[in-house]
Write a protein that binds this ligand. Structure first.
Ligand SMILES: NC(=O)C1=CN([C@@H]2O[C@H](COP(=O)(O)OP(=O)(O)OC[C@H]3O[C@@H](n4cnc5c(N)ncnc54)[C@H](O)[C@@H]3O)[C@@H](O)[C@H]2O)C=CC1
Ligand SMILES: CC(=O)C(=O)O
Ligand SMILES: [Mg+2]
Length: 371
């Protein structure tokens, strides 16, 4: 199979879909790997690194899309990239379709088979291709939130750890999955007083058993959430219902209960965000203010630490990329029901029910697409 990897074109996105190590393994499996010239530079990989791994360097994205049977990327394809997809081609990348009707329409029109990293599952109920980037974004969230809390950035001028004689910042984390756990650990490590809200009692038991008094847990009832949001200097949004649009858990009216200059970091923005007032921002212009509350809503946070993120994502995607290349998408998905859950679009049909529900479009099951 010919596997193609174009340079990411989303603003300030420096990750790359295939590392030289992954290229080397794909070549050893008998595949041809086409890398757009310069695709790895932002993550610290030169064209020479890919050539040494046995990959072929191609000048333009157009040629990569034209020649490859499967495109492997990081971010959802941008409009110009979507126009280059074709019927029968496989796209393997993050898609986040639920809040994105335009992208969904273009992918349906393309006729391509689109497998989304974020809905591939594993035997333990996890999301193995989302988890590494959730670890990164979770660990970044308190760091960017602490920056936004600084006066010059519109924040209330509170230091995360306080100082002797002055108490620390209060941080509420809504959603205690991968993002939430990593965010809570780092915020607590910075000295903040942290509470994690979740609606899963087994998850809160796990957090309590594992982290003890490092941070607290509270059940995410509307009442508890309102109370903690009102008391917080920083609120981190980290909920997920896989594939679906994020539930709106904090309304605009609730902003008036918050402390002026408090900060919201809505990591769940790639699924539409869990605050009513969230709208996606970029690394170039990451924050905005609504009713005196600073919002940080960057949808590709891990792009800020592209080297770490590319290596972490590459570790997770490699075995799936090899399965898809070795067996072809249909056989690979038949052999692995967890990979089949990643199927979001095939030959003009949606194949993910939560995406269909969010967008009011019909969806068939992945099994029906595989029949
Ligand atoms: N902005 C960015 O750059 C990035 C965003 N993300 C996004 O972060 C979000 C979280 O991802 P993960 O932590 O990996 O998901 P996860 O599945 O590990 O955790 C989600 C948690 O939310 C909880 N939850 C669901 N509904 C809830 C509710 N109504 N109230 C309270 N808790 C609720 C679940 O019980 C679960 O523990 C996703 O939308 C993901 O796509 C992930 C990486 C990067
Ligand atoms: C998960 C995701 O959206 C990202 O890593 O950019
Ligand atoms: Mg995203």
């Amino acid at each position: 199979m010919q596997i193609g990897c174009p340079t990411e074109v989303k603003p300030q996105e420096f990750r790359v879909g295939i590392t030289p190590n992954a290229a080397q393994e794909a070549v050893a499996h008998g595949h041809k790997v086409l890398i757009q010239s310069g695709a790895g530079l932002g993550a610290g990989f030169s064209d020479a690194d890919y050539t040494a791994a046995g990959a072929q360097i191609i000048e333009t994205a157009r040629e990569v899309f034209a020649e490859a049977d499967m495109i492997v990327k990081v971010k959802e394809p941008q409009a110009a990239e979507r126009a280059m997809l074709r019927e029968g081609q496989v796209l393997f990348t993050y898609l986040h379709l639920a809040p994105d009707p335009e992208q969904t329409a273009d992918l349906l029109k393309s006729g391509a088979t689109c497998i989304a990293y974020e809905t591939v599952t594993d035997a333990r109920g996890g999301l193995p291709l989302l988890a590494p980037m959730s670890e990164v974004a979770g660990r970044l969230a308190p760091q960017v939130g602490a920056w936004a809390l600084q006066k010059a950035n519109g924040g209330r001028g509170v230091l995360m750890g306080g100082v002797p004689g002055v108490g620390p910042a209060r941080v509420a984390v809504i959603g205690g999955g991968v993002v939430g756990t990593h965010a809570a650990r780092i915020a607590a490590g910075m000295g903040a007083e942290v509470t994690v809200l979740d609606r899963s009692l087994p998850r809160m038991r796990y957090l309590d058993d594992t982290f003890g008094s490092v941070f607290r847990t509270r059940y995410a009832s509307a009442g508890n959430t309102a109370e903690l949001v009102a008391e917080a200097d920083m609120v981190i949004g980290a909920v997920l219902i896989p594939g679906a649009a994020a539930p709106k858990l904090v309304s605009r009216a609730q902003l008036s209960t918050m402390k002026p200059g408090a900060v919201i970091v809505d990591v769940a923005i790639d699924q539409g965000g869990c605050f009513e007032t969230s709208k996606a921002t970029t690394h170039q212009d990451p924050i905005y203010e609504v009713d005196g509350i600073v919002h940080y809503c960057v949808a590709n946070m891990p792009g800020a630490v592209a080297r770490t993120s590319t290596l972490a994502l590459g570790n997770a995607t490699l075995p799936f990329m090899l399965e898809l290349a070795d067996k072809g998408w249909r056989q690979a998905c038949r052999a692995d029901a967890h990979l089949a859950r990643g199927l979001n679009v095939h030959a003009g049909q949606l194949t993910n029910a939560p995406v269909g529900e969010a967008l009011g479009l019909p969806a068939i099951t992945p099994e029906a697409a595989l029949a």
